[in-house]
Write a protein that binds this ligand. Sequence first.
Ligand code: URA
Length: 434
Amino acid sequence: MRAVDLIARKRDKGKLSTAEIEWLIRAFTHGEIPDYQMAAWAMAVVLQGMDADETADLTLAMARSGAMLDLHDLVPLTGDKHSTGGVGDKTTLVLAPLVAAAGLPMAKMSGRGLGFSGGTIDKLESIPGFQVELAIDAFRRAVYDVGLVLAAQTTDLAPADKRLYALRDVTATVESIPLIAASVMSKKLAAGADCIVLDVKYGSGAFMRQPEQARQLAHMMVAIGQHAGRNVAALLSSMEQPLGNAIGNALEVREAIATLQGHGPPDLVELCLHLGTQLLLLAGLAADEPAAHAVLRQTLESGAAWHKFRQMVANQGGDLTVLDDLQRLPQAPIMLPLRAPHTGYITAIDTQVLGMAVNELGGGRMHKTDTIDPAVGLVLAAHIGDLVEAGAPLLHIHAASYAAAARVAPSLLAAYTIGDTLHIPPPLVLEVIH
Ligand code: URA
């Protein structure tokens, strides 16, 4: 086989066979296909697309390019969750202990933040001592001992995706629904979970701006997972405004802990209950949605989910005394309110601008090697649909210096639309896809 023939076929809207896709991925992973040919192929896919068979073949080929975790010798079933990325999205920190405490062990490998979107691993690292880099043995032991593990993705999982994603990142070939679906699902399949819930976000703070694109991606990922024999469901959820109030690593950990202690923001609680419900149903641990919902509510209200989170933190070396005294989480020295310029209803928030502001404050990274300041971020004081008086705070900027806070304030203010008529925000969960 020759890479040039496969590139040409895709360029001309042709279809690749299972054997051809397997060959392409194996040869690329082993360095036998140069980056320029793989990038040309990726661009052909961006322009011409791939059908469901090709996408499933690509996903499996990438999943099988490295280790495929199997956790069945430890526990009968495990759960996993993936979000397509958003602003203030600390859902995993709440959902994973919630579902684990309700009886489904959660074994999740997560990513770091990049661009405007945060990452669970960065958030967890704001807890002093917490180890995110676990060897496979330690990951497996945590599944058995605690029934909950949140760790960084190991390098031997889906290495083909790692190489291809790095190439797509610099060749303008990320924006393809089949390539994104295969990339995400290859990692999920390799990580070994039986039950997978996908939180596919749309809106001003999501990679997919329109629900229709998000819906297509969700359908494709669910089909891939089911084709590979896993139980998969997806939610389409709104990222028209940040989730909860906090954006920024330690600020989000604080909000997640408040949620696990029973006083979280209603939207975050609602999303976690929705996602958790799907996981319990996929695992056969509840008969229907109301039953799953009731179990999860009870798990949250009894403190069982909070206890599970503490067990995980202790197991992964985190300092439990910090969880008892949240003042000891990293805190920014400056807190500056951003005030409403006039009275009116908040009708829109350009959520991506808020994510980028946290990045500029030092809370995120533009390059994979950047270091981050866990303390900085934003805390919203008002949401879409709220009536704000002139001079009332829209949010508070947590910054390393007054100058840093002042630098982001103008773009933050421009991100808010304040009008005369009430605007009802879109529903948080648009639909569930099975
Ligand atoms: N996230 C991934 O893991 N892969 C993509 O292709 C896009 C987002």
